[in-house]
Design a protein around this ligand. Sequence first.
Ligand SMILES: Cc1ncc(COP(=O)(O)O)c(C=O)c1O
Length: 390
Amino acid sequence: MTSRDTTGHSAGDPGSVESWLVSAGRDRRPGSPLNVPPCPASNFVLGERRAYSRDDGTPGWEALEEIVGGLEGGSSVSFASGMAGIAAIFDQLPIGSVVALPDDCYQGVAGLAAAGQARGRWTVHRIDVADTARWIDMCGVADLIWLESPSNPLLAVADLDVICAAPRKPGAILGVDNTFATPLNQRPLVLGADVAVQSVTKFIGGHSDLLGGVVTVRDANLLASLRQSRELAGATPGSLETFLAVRGVRTLAVRLERAQNNAMTLAERLARHPNVALTRYPGLASHPTHEAARRQLKGFGTIISFDVRGDAPGRRRRVRRTATYPTRHQPRCGRVHHRTAGQHSWAGAPASGAAAAERGYRGRRGPLDRSGSCAAQRAGSVVLDAQPWD
Ligand SMILES: Cc1ncc(COP(=O)(O)O)c(C=O)c1O
């Protein structure tokens, strides 16, 4: 849409990212609504560029894509959720591909990778986030190198600068789930990644009232192919959701700044707390990947995870007392997410964090239950999101 300011924001720009965020993605023609209104239309009168919204999009999707694309430094495709966007990336892989996946990553992605492997679509290699030499080796052989940095839930930070610069197998895709960092703290495309993903459900939306995803790329062919995957799978975002996401992202910079400051204070307090066995926050010098975080991240993010001391019932009681909004699931945008009551698990998905436990990311490790979940993780591990805006 030529009437919009489609230039992205980059580090050297004279204006602040805060100002850019409030003005980006708007239709600047005189008389246009200041905010792109929700457009709940499936069909459009023929003759202009839009006929059917699953194929041709809506003004709201385009506004969101312009804003997130501008932040990440590429061209974006919006999806119904973060997982829908990630599934579209996996959809690019030819049968028989090799996938390199972190040993700690969002369980939905581990589940997607495991399900595809079980159907014979690809082979998955789980790699220690901090084992940079192994990632570099995998860049030469894998068709999809998938990184999540910081990771969910152990907040491990990969040496993205080094891994993104390593030579890749021709045609390979290197993707980074940038959700926990946000594009304000880290821009994987600038480091050389092919794909950056945001679960818009989290910080971009910012208010726990929508599901959405945005995938941003540098290559025009990959962009077209992702759009085609979205169209054929019908993985399109809703009009109301994109409207809310655009409203949410306008305040991303101020929310993030406040929440990161809060997170640092909370992490330091938790690290000293007698009832806490282990606190994980990339901003703490005690975090195993603190050095990589200092080098690469502008801010350490808003998520903390920690293990509560004591027997299982005591831990559960303490966590319940702490939790303002307890959920049973993986961290989402909110306050406190604990694992006392259970967690998502997908058949065949290895326990997130269990392998990392052996290398010291976790304070202790419990036996694996039948679903592959780590019992200690289920019993006493807490993920805290310091974002104060919902
Ligand atoms: C790091 C990360 N990536 C991707 C996702 C999936 O996003 P969505 O829930 O929007 O599908 C999540 C969800 O929690 C996540 O934490």
